[in-house]
Design a protein around this ligand. Structure first.
Ligand SMILES: [Zn+2]
Length: 338
């Protein structure tokens, strides 16, 4: 295994320890198959991809392990609720590499329909923020649906599903790219710009206006340029201001909700100095991508979100929304750092 330069070691070390601990747990729990596969990757893959694969294996293990617990011990905390994060919503196209950050419209419909059948109640993000401000509770098992970036397929593919199911959602726009027919700079799919534009292009202004006129959809800010603002709070603030001017001018939205680009708190994408910067603007919250339950008694500038993936069925999402997924994951992370 090759080591990163010394200044990166400290970042990597806790993850490595977490991986080791995960392997022990997997072996102990009789998940030998998964354990062997992960061990194989750790031993034989001398590249940056192995960490991703270990993480995926651990996630799978935690989700499976938490399923029975979450079925019988749902969170009784009335202030806790989960926020789901989607990006691209596009059907599979035969013959090309699968899009990254994608959930097919069929799978998204099954996920949301299934969650409602399991007793979860979708609520708009603005309602959650308002209930925080007023000190009110949300319905039992409330959850929020969000989409990042502002893909056109949020209008062409996801919106019809949301309308069919009556599920409210927030779409966070990287406003600089609205109406452009070039891909988002943050889009890491190899076919972006080449495949059917509906799979990668940003929303047109007309589409965004149509979404905004629906009672189900709220438009939020995802900065203007979707840049990497780590260590640059002043630039972030200026960029968010540009985004807010755009949203005021185009949609007459004065106090939108907000989600950080990239968003992982422990990697600095939603650090305290960046939170402090966005608090200086007119946004009503700032969501990260930390896999953890949000809480009405916690500041909405610190709320996390759970990624909804193509591999998730409704039961797996229910595990994430029950709070057990993040409890076990964070517990393992803490243990590994001791
Ligand atoms: Zn984004």
């Amino acid at each position: 295994m090759s080591w990163a330069p010394t200044n990166h070691r400290q970042k990597i070390l806790p993850d490595l320890n977490a991986s080791k601990l995960g392997l022990e747990c997997l072996a102990f729990s009789g998940y030998e198959d998964i354990c062997d596969r992960i061990h194989d990757y750790v031993e034989n893959h001398n590249n940056t991809g192995w960490k991703q694969r270990v993480k995926k294996g651990l996630d799978e293990f935690i989700l499976r392990g938490c399923k029975p617990i979450s079925r019988y011990y749902n969170s009784n905390d009335p202030g806790a609720f989960g926020i789901l994060m989607y990006h691209r919503v596009s059907p599979k196209i035969a013959g090309i590499e699968e899009p990254t950050w994608n959930v097919t419209p069929d799978q998204m419909e099954k996920q949301l329909k299934g969650l409602i059948q399991l007793g979860f109640t979708p609520v708009p993000l603005s309602e959650a923020v308002q209930h925080h401000q007023l000190g009110l509770d949300l319905p039992h098992n409330a959850f929020v649906v969000t989409f990042d970036d502002g893909y056109a397929n949020n209008f062409t593919q996801a919106f019809p599903v949301l309308e069919r199911l009556g599920v409210p959602a927030t779409i966070f726009l990287a406003t600089a790219y609205l109406g452009e027919d070039v891909p988002f700079p943050s889009d890491d799919w190899s076919q972006t710009g080449k495949a059917d534009p509906d799979t990668w292009r940003p929303l047109t202004l007309e589409e965004a206006h149509q979404l905004n006129s629906s009672d189900l959809i709220e438009l939020g800010s995802h900065t203007h340029t979707h840049d990497d603002f780590r260590g640059r709070p002043r630039e972030l603030q200026q960029d968010v201001e540009l985004s807010l001017s755009f949203m005021k001018r185009e949609f007459d939205i004065l106090h939108p909700t907000f989600a950080f680009p990239f968003g992982v708190r422990r990697f600095g994408f939603s650090s305290d100095d960046l939170i402090k910067a966005v608090k200086q603007t007119r946004v009503r919250c700032s969501l990260s991508t930390e896999s953890q339950l949000a809480h009405l008694h916690q500041s909405p500038y610190y709320w996390g979100r759970f990624t909804a993936t193509q591999a998730d069925d409704a039961e797996r999402l229910a595990v994430k929304l029950s709070g057990w997924y993040s409890r076990v994951k964070n517990g393992m992370r803490r243990l590994a750092r001791r």
